[in-house]
Design a protein around this ligand. Structure first.
Ligand code: NPW
Ligand code: ADP
Ligand code: K
Length: 644
């Protein structure tokens, strides 16, 4: 899935209108319809006569519908009437949206069920086990997705309606179910409309909601006369349908007197912090406690960087139009957006491909098609340990030997044939037997720390290995810049640099170092700040933008870690990963990632493939490990290795 900036979005919009001849009003109509469909689906799940859910004991466990049961356990969300949120899930991803949907988060954490009557995959140990269709039964087994009504997923993906469900024979007529709500009685939605096209999208949605029998009131942030172009056409159409409207600042408005709010104040055309009436409406909407559905992006969000201005809407659902925006993937924006649904509005997806949009969401499909990764990781029946490569790891010191051990064990679990761990010789007695599968190569460490003289020994070892990982638990030592420079310039295999080795780089002018092989850097935001000569806050301000520019300027594969890790290549591509779990914020989790990436490199994946696939697998393993604990806060780095 392509991820765009506001400027790229405008270019595709122009191209659709000017080159393909699709009228702007048609795109806005499609946008309005998409937003309305999502709101109606939400109302349907919430159901008529719903009362407050009996809720979870956890702040993140939300229940919106009557009869909805917010499951015991953190992070379970239930939106539908009669929906049963995952019981006992300790996972933030266990969500159930459908009326009558049963998300059994406790058994299959990370499982999502969206359809009415849908039964989310029971027993899935995989976060990707999703069931969307009415009556769909997400089968037992990880990673399985079933989208069709009546479809039964059995460890693979089934999209077709039908499946084993019995269809009534004979003639049938169907209407427009996505825009129909049989029990709209209790619903009253406010549409907060700005004066730009985002407001126009909201006004178009209002007409569809009204058609579905939902009471709607428009709340204009600016005088309706100030709307122009397509937004003005939408204003007039809404008025002609008799949809009631008030103007903020002129008429009395109580934002809590409704059942839900559409935020169509500001979209990709907004600049800076919301001003005046916009700011007041955003603050009041957040304070209302009502469900908020944002049109395209939450108002107050920077669509490119993910920065949230003060104030910024906190949405439950964001209906993102045409293409996923960078700001929706980057925190804190990703937190303000809630559930993001990307809806097509008639702008061809091919425009992004053809124009070479550089950023993609890292999905199994992107791994397969854009990075040509064999995600099945099939082993050859005649393969042997020599087939799967040999990692050399230069890591660990007396006080941080565990970092080396975690990294080495993770490399083995990533499937490489052999791992040699080069370590200061004084460590040897302490680590012998900790992981019997490892080969240990003591180098002359004297006091248990590394020293500049060991470069020749490491280079000697690297000659017969397929890649080298340097850094976890390494420490700093006199002459470390020259030490690292020798490894960098004289090793013949790909190099992955982490932890203290990144700090050595940050203090060196490594741009002048010659290069014979690809280099992967895996900084966390603090290490990235040192590398880029800036502050951690500045790194987090636009992670995608910084990763892209740093990787291109320095000719490295950059893995900028943290929630939604970004992988950027020297050729100017970036991939944003969304697997992972907050429980992974624990010492050593990064060492595990370095091990996984090196294990994949040794198996012959190229540097970009190994970095992207490694980050993806590391996140999946973290999710799985978190689900295994009563509380994910108990997760430790070694659990991630065992969940691989
Ligand atoms: N373009 C596309 O590709 C497509 C666009 N689509 C939709 O249109 C949206 C983009 O629409 P847009 O470009 O009209 O801008 P939008 O977000 O409505 O805001 C502009 C208005 O806000 C105002 N304003 C700005 N900053 C402000 C602030 N800080 N505080 C207060 N006010 C501020 C600014 O006022 P001005 O500064 O000019 O006085 C202007 O009136 C996009 O997100 C999507 O929903 C899709 O339907 C189809 C494809
Ligand atoms: N909230 C989170 N969501 C997803 N992944 C996370 C989160 N917090 C940390 N991680 C991941 O855990 C790892 C932590 O790495 P790092 O900070 O280098 O730890 P260490 O130096 O202790 O090994 C990174 O891969 C990071 O992306
Ligand atoms: K908005």
């Amino acid at each position: 899935m392509d991820v765009v900036t506001a400027e790229e979005m405008r270019a595709f919009d122009r191209e659709t209108i000017e080159r393909l001849g699709i009228p702007a009003i048609a795109l806005m109509e499609n946008a309005g319809r998409a937003i309305a469909e999502e709101v109606i689906a939400l109302c349907r799940r919430r159901g008529a006569g719903a009362g407050g859910g009996t809720g979870s004991a956890d702040a993140a466990g939300r229940s919106y519908g009557a009869g909805a049961l917010g499951g015991a356990g953190g992070g379970t969300q239930s939106y539908g009437a009669g929906a049963v949120g995952g019981t006992g899930s300790a996972d933030a991803e266990g969500r159930s949206y459908g009326a009558g949907a049963v998300g059994v988060g406790g058994v299959g954490g990370g499982m999502q069920s969206y359809g009415a009557g849908a039964v989310g995959g029971i027993g899935s140990a995989d976060a990707a086990g999703r069931s969307y269709g009415a009556g769909a039964v997400g089968g037992v087994g990880g990673g399985m997705q079933s989208y069709g009504a009546g479809a039964m997923g059995g460890g693979t993906q089934s999209y077709a309606a039908g499946g084993p469900a019995i269809q009534p024979p004979g003639f049938s007529v169907s209407a427009d179910p996505a825009l129909t709500l049989t029990a709209a009685g209790g619903e009253h939605w406010l549409v907060l409309a700005g004066k730009g096209n985002n407001g126009g999208d909201g006004l178009a949605a209002a007409r569809h909601l009204r058609e579905a029998g939902i009471a709607v009131t428009l709340v204009y942030a600016a005088a309706p006369e100030s709307l122009a172009g397509e937004a003005a056409l939408q204003r007039d159409a809404a008025a002609a349908m008799g949809i009631p409207a008030v103007v903020y600042g002129r008429d009395a408005v109580d934002l809590a007197a409704c059942s839900g709010i559409i935020d169509a104040l500001l979209g990709t055309g907004s600049a800076g912090a919301p001003r005046g009436a916009y700011a007041e409406l955003i603050a009041a909407a957040n304070a209302s406690g009502r469900l908020i559905v944002s049109a395209d992006i939450p108002s107050g969000l920077d669509a490119d960087t993910g920065e949230t201005h003060e104030p910024c809407i906190h949405a439950s659902v964001t209906v993102c139009l045409a293409f996923l925006k960078r700001g929706l993937l980057q925190y804190p924006g990703a937190g303000a957006a809630g559930q993001v649904v990307v809806r097509s509005i008639g702008i061809p997806a091919a425009l992004a491909r053809e124009s070479g949009v550089p950023v993609s969401l890292l999905t199994p499909e992107v791994l397969r098609t854009r990075l040509q990764v064999d995600v099945s990781r099939r082993r050859s029946p005649e393969g042997h340990k020599g087939t799967y490569g040999h990692v050399l790891l230069a890591a660990g010191s007396l006080r941080m030997s565990g970092a080396g051990l975690l990294c080495a064990r993770a490399a083995l679990r990533a499937g490489c044939g052999l791992v040699t761990w080069a370590l200061p010789d004084k460590l040897l007695p302490y680590v012998i037997g900790c992981a019997p599968e490892l080969m240990l190569a003591p180098v002359s460490g004297g006091d248990g720390e590394w020293n500049a003289g060991t470069a020749a020994e490491v280079l000697q070892l690297s000659g017969s290995r397929d890649c080298m990982a340097v850094g976890p638990g390494l420490g700093r030592f006199e002459g470390d810049t020259d030490w690292l420079r020798r490894l960098w310039e004289e090793t013949d295999s790909p190099l992955i640099i982490d932890a203290d080795a990144l700090n050595i780089l940050a203090d060196a002018d490594y741009g002048s170092w010659s290069r014979r092989h690809p280099v992967i850097l895996t900084p966390h935001p603090g290490e990235m700040a040192r590398l880029a000569g800036t502050s951690t806050a500045q790194v987090q301000r636009d992670r995608i933008g910084l990763a892209l520019s740093y990787a291109a300027a320095h000719g490295v594969i950059l893995v900028l870690k943290g929630a939604h890790t970004v992988i950027a290549t020297p050729e100017g591509q970036a991939y944003v990963n969304i697997t992972g779990h907050p429980g992974m914020g624990t010492g050593g989790a990064g060492d595990v990632l370095t091990g996984i990436i090196s294990g994949l490199l040794a198996q012959g994946l190229d540097a970009a493939q190994a970095a992207a696939f490694g980050v993806y697998l590391h996140g999946l393993a973290g999710e799985r490990a978190a689900r295994k604990r009563d509380n994910p806060a108990a997760l430790i780095a070694g659990d991630i290795i065992e969940a691989l």
